[in-house]
Design a protein around this ligand. Sequence first.
Ligand SMILES: [Zn+2]
Length: 159
Amino acid sequence: MIDEISQVHRPKLGSEIPIIIFRAFRHFSANYANDLLGERGANLVFQNAGKDLGKEVSKLIFDQNIEKYLSNIINFVKDEKIGILIPVELSENRIILQLDECITCAGMSNIGKRICHFEVGFAQGLVEAYLNKKIKAHESKCGANGEGICEVTLEINNA
Ligand SMILES: [Zn+2]
């Protein structure tokens, strides 16, 4: 799907949009999905969609060398203005990634919940593509929850 949507023909308006427009699409869709499917269901839709995107993007930036792959991810996330990715922990059983200046929630008011499920899935998809297996992922901090930064914790079961 990336190929199809990458073809932009907007000779007068160009390819950039204000971030508030992205957020309006993102948050209004999430709220409506919540009403329709309940919070658990809606969160899963966003997380799984993010995971599919993460897997697609991994094909574009993949490298067998983990250091190189990580640096490709950091650059991609920065160049596409998704946020500033900060690896906090990279161990055999657990990966913790923070996302500063998160596209979805940086600077928004504290609404008392973590909401960046798409980003969680995105990170999960990128890591699953590398490890070639399913892993667990959850959001362990979120700007929308008053925690000042977004953070994804990925649990790798090596058993
Ligand atoms: Zn967040």
